[in-house]
Design a protein around this ligand. Sequence first.
Ligand SMILES: CC(=O)N[C@H]1CCN(c2c(Cl)cnc3[nH]c(-c4cn(C)nc4C)nc23)C1
Length: 286
Amino acid sequence: VTLLDEPRTFHLGMFEIGKPLGKGKFGRVYLVKERTSGFICALKVLYKSELQQGSGVEKQVRREIEIQSNLRHPNILRLFGHFHDPKRIFLILEFAGQGELYKLLRKESRFPEWKAAQYVAQMASALQYLHRKHIIHRDIKPENILVGVHDEIKLSDFGWSVHTPNRRRATLCGTLDYLPPEMIKSGSRDNTYDEKVDLWSLGVLTYEFLVGEAPFEDTPVMTHRRIARADMTIPPFVSAEARDLIKKLLVLDPDKRLALEAIQEHPWILKHCVKGERASNREKSK
Ligand SMILES: CC(=O)N[C@H]1CCN(c2c(Cl)cnc3[nH]c(-c4cn(C)nc4C)nc23)C1
């Protein structure tokens, strides 16, 4: 497909503009078709005027482009290219056939355990890829996840991601629900953090998939306090294995959170995610 091959310059005339897919934070996204190849993708349009207003926003978009263009992983939304005209910046993004995960979650109210486990395993795989490249996403939440036609997870919106410096100063971003304790604790000697913040957010995401609401959802003051104490209750309908994984991720001490590799080997994930060989064969081979 021409769009994927060699990096090339793009311009608006190359695309037939289709229906609007939705509004991102800073612009609209359209379903588009690249005329020569017929390739379907999503075109995100950002107005420079709007970006210049927000202080760090322009830098955030530049960072999103720089980081996402170089990522190649089945569970990370591809950024194929970008271009601009005097007023607008255009991002050519992979089209995710089922759209935004948070809408699917609201529609189903909560996911069955087999589906939640498959989504968590795919998130862990995407995070392993990012962390190996020393990239922290920092804004893992259902609003930043898209879903492909075959139920594959597509992590998107890298506006808040950063390359892991040794220890990064915490800057407030995103909703409170998903922030780990080390990012909201102020006054401590150094409220710095590292890629383990994504592990905490993955724990919050797992809880929300299974329960239909975030574990610390409350008034802002109470959410702040409940996060700082990892104070959550897991409803009885959540299986023991899922409960075990959530409790091993929502741990105050970042260094004690279950590592991504261990998540992939967790009984709850193994039970629902047959990777390659049949689960039964795996039993036999023991
Ligand atoms: C922050 C942000 O950009 N949010 C959304 C808007 C659409 N966009 C999409 C992006 Cl960037 C990529 N693929 C998408 N697919 C859809 C979608 C599919 N269905 C059936 N319904 C929708 C909606 N939307 C997108 C990202």
